[in-house]
Design a protein around this ligand. Structure first.
Ligand code: TXA
Ligand code: MG
Length: 326
């Protein structure tokens, strides 16, 4: 059993550093979502991460560090294509799967031979990482299966009492988890759509394979279809499906809507969250998880999400909404 903590939200990276050096956990800001961080090289600390999140041990953690030279300390080899992508997009919302060295505990990778590793692009967290003599293992700072946090307050709302410190770096700029890629022979495979659009990867290395994301996927045991989910029922589809559906719903069912740039007719404006009135997918991505949380905490009975255009970050937005509806 872990002792209950009097959780503090603050902006002091020295306090975060102090807890982390003592083997405790701290939530950290990144450009994607907040992470629940601990010393990746200390098994006792890594265990605390799984416990605080209520996360099954078969779901491996991403390791965070501050430079490509640091990454090379923890992986056996970096293929040429990987290096090209890492140099272009790190720091940034890209995670790479590479064969691990033995200094990364098996608990971090759930016994897999590859470690997921990334360099977050957030000034506070980069400075924190540079000041520490070890990398940080960090899953998203939410209870297992729930929506990822994009503000310090989101972390507090759910992990209060379970961790000593939340380093507040403001709202996350991207708002979707990192894109996870691996390398099979000489091919780039995308295992999780995320904050780095597939088009940007393809611009650099040519066409890539987007692997189906399900629990049966041996490369991504934690990518369960039902994930990133609010507690309320979420229905995901096009506006037409929503309008057809609404006629069937029993009277009194209060709908909440998540839509891209245009409100849905016939539903009260109070319960509609328009993620980007100007039609900007990056802005929509940034607002998505907060919108899901807001409607989950409101008095609506069902959340309806209207499908997004399938380009840029729209693909990852649709992926998250689809899983939230599973
Ligand atoms: O943006 C992000 O990636 C955030 C921030 C905090 O960095 N982190 C994040 O971590 O989303 P998490 O644990 O919520 O999701 C990581 C995913 C999991 O689905 C896990 O299964 C997969 O990465 N993963 C981690 N290590 C892996 C490995 N060695 N092989 C395959 N999949 C792995
Ligand atoms: Mg997560």
């Amino acid at each position: 059993m872990m002792p209950p903590f009097n959780t503090i939200i603050g902006k002091d990276k020295l306090i975060a550093k102090d807890f982390l050096e003592k083997g405790e956990l701290a939530a950290i800001p990144t450009e994607t979502v907040y992470g629940l961080a601990g010393n990746a090289l200390n098994e006792d600390t890594v265990l605390k991460i799984f416990t605080a999140k209520n996360r099954p041990h078969f779901d491996p953690l991403i390791v965070h560090t501050h430079s490509i030279e640091e990454i090379e300390k923890y992986v056996q080899a970096v293929p040429a294509k990987a290096l090209k992508l890492m140099e272009a997009f790190m720091p940034g919302p890209l995670t790479v799967l590479l064969p691990k060295k033995t200094n990364i505990p098996d608990l971090v990778t759930s016994g897999l031979d590859e470690v997921a590793i990334r360099i977050p692009q957030h000034p506070l967290t980069l400075e924190l990482l540079k000041s520490l003599p070890f990398p940080l293992a960090a899953p998203s700072a939410n209870p297992f299966g729930y929506i990822s946090p994009t503000t310090a307050q989101h972390v507090y709302d759910q992990l209060q009492g379970k961790i000593p410190y939340i380093l507040d770096g403001g709202p996350c700029h991207i708002g979707l988890e990192s894109t996870i890629i691996g390398f099979e022979k000489d091919n780039v495979v995308v295992y999780r759509l995320g904050g780095l659009p597939v088009e940007q990867i393809e611009n650099l290395v040519g066409p890539v394979v987007v692997a189906p994301q399900k629990s049966a996927n041996p490369h991504a045991p934690g990518m369960l279809p039902s994930h990133y989910a609010p507690k309320k029922k979420l229905i995901f589809g096009n506006t037409k499906a929503l309008q057809d559906d609404s006629t069937d719903w029993p009277g009194g069912n209060k709908k909440g809507i998540i839509a891209f740039d245009t409100p849905v007719e016939g539903v009260s404006a109070d319960n509609q969250v328009i993620l980007s009135p100007t039609g900007n997918l990056n802005e929509a991505a940034k607002n998505l998880f907060a919108a899901m949380r807001r409607l989950d905490a409101s008095d609506v009975d069902v959340i309806y999400a209207v499908e997004f255009p399938s380009t840029g970050l729209g693909r990852a937005i649709n992926d998250r909404l689809k899983r939230a509806s599973a």
